[in-house]
Design a protein around this ligand. Structure first.
Ligand SMILES: *Cc1c(COP(=O)(O)O)cnc(C)c1O
Length: 386
């Protein structure tokens, strides 16, 4: 080993040995241009094969916003997953690869007119909605398309809640499904999102109970639904081991089996769980400082060019290069910009690196590079598949 990293059990438990050792091998190259996001192909393959496996009659649509890197999308396309998109930009990535419209759905409940026109003319035929205004837009720009209504469900056990912005309550939802039918659309089902990085398996119980109540309400109104879109939310390991996708899906599958017609089509829209734990950021230490009793560590990746989710409460696990690995001290870890908002984490115990040393940031493949800006002139991180 060229570089002085000390891998602990915690690191390999969180992201697995093959992923971590591949990243370390890459980081051991003498010259490496940081910040750089390494994405483990094998881990993406493994996740793609696991997700959906335990839910009968299900199809997986990768939420492109989690990581829209062209190489990543190409790989996921080869693995035959479908895609969930929200914008012209995301559709352009897919159309350039020739992804057929049957493999694309759009579940953002509020879509721009220009995106709707483009998606509809491309042949995309499944859309979410949660307002009468959206039904009017869909009826105009994607006449006759299939629509599923987004209901509000609790997001309390997710580390990145989404429910306040979208979703309606059951009576409104039933009325909207009827309205969509009257406008010539095909009201086909119901969707929800338990919130991203949802670590409580029972959040899906509450959501499916609510969905079932609406399903029955719709039936009473004479609407025969056939599609249940359970959204995203599957969690990954950041700083601890969380509930496994298999366990969530086995539970979801038995609930669906108990509550819904046997021929119900199930759609799953994972983003984070497909790419998150495949990603490891390689950052460089660009500075250190002691201020009072505090130790500050400055990296070349921060809130504005990759680690935006740290502001919303996502905590990462770090692996720091250091000449001595026994004595750990506590650091405030920050990005490179001049903005004091650019603080990634506090009270992180790490051995002391030197300026120029590398720091690996584990489980950073989702909602990182897709959020990054060039604020303050710092470059966007590159992405490399390993
Ligand atoms: C963001 C999003 C997803 C993906 O969520 P994850 O928590 O990353 O799995 C799925 N569906 C919709 C509608 C989304 O907005």
């Amino acid at each position: 080993m060229l570089r002085n990293f000390k891998v602990g059990k915690i690191h390999t438990e969180l992201v697995t040995k093959p992923t971590l050792f591949k990243a370390l091998k890459y980081a051991n190259k003498k010259t490496i241009k940081t910040p750089l996001l390494l994405m483990d192909r094998e881990k993406i393959r493994e996740k793609a094969s696991i997700i959906g496996k335990n839910i009968n009659n299900s199809k997986v649509f990768y939420a492109v916003k989690a990581n829209p890197d062209e190489k990543v999308i190409k790989l996921i396309n080869k693995l035959n997953l479908g895609f969930e998109i929200a914008s012209e930009g995301e559709l352009k990535i897919l159309s350039a690869l020739g992804v057929s419209p049957e493999r694309i759905i759009s579940s953002n409940p509020v879509k721009s007119l220009s995106f709707l026109k483009m998606a509809s003319s491309y042949g995309v035929n499944y859309f979410a909605f949660d307002s009468a205004e959206e039904v009017d837009k869909l009826a105009r720009f994607a006449p006759g398309c299939n629509v599923y209504v987004r209901i509000a469900v609790p997001n309390e056990d997710s580390e990145w809640p989404l429910s306040k912005k979208f979703g309606v309550e059951l009576d409104d939802a039933a009325g909207l499904l009827s309205y969509a039918g009257n406008k010539g659309l095909k009201p086909c089902g119901i969707t929800f999102h338990v919130g991203s990085q949802c670590t409580n398996i029972y959040s899906w119980n509450t959501a499916l109970d609510k969905t079932k109540a609406l399903w029955d309400l719709a039936e009473k109104k004479g609407l025969r639904l056939d599609t249940l879109n359970i959204g995203g939310g599957y969690p990954i390991n950041y700083t601890k081991n969380v509930v496994k996708v298999e366990a969530i899906e086995k539970n979801v599958n038995s609930l669906i089996y108990d509550k819904f017609p046997k021929d119900t089509k199930v759609l799953i829209e994972p983003g984070r769980a497909v790419v998150g734990d495949a990603g490891i950021f390689v950052a460089s230490v660009i500075g250190k400082a002691r201020r009072g009793s505090g130790n500050w560590l400055y990296l070349d990746v921060g809130v504005f060019n990759g680690l935006m989710e740290s502001v919303g409460g996502i905590k990462y696990t770090y692996l720091a290069e250091s000449l001595q690995q026994t004595k750990k001290i506590k650091w405030t870890i920050t990005g490179p910009s001049c903005d004091s908002f650019d603080i990634i984490d506090r009270d992180v115990a790490l051995p002391e690196p030197e300026v120029g040393n590398l720091v690996l940031i584990l489980s950073s493949g989702a909602y990182t590079t897709s959020y990054a800006s060039e604020f303050n002139g710092f470059p966007l991180p590159g992405t490399i598949l390993i």
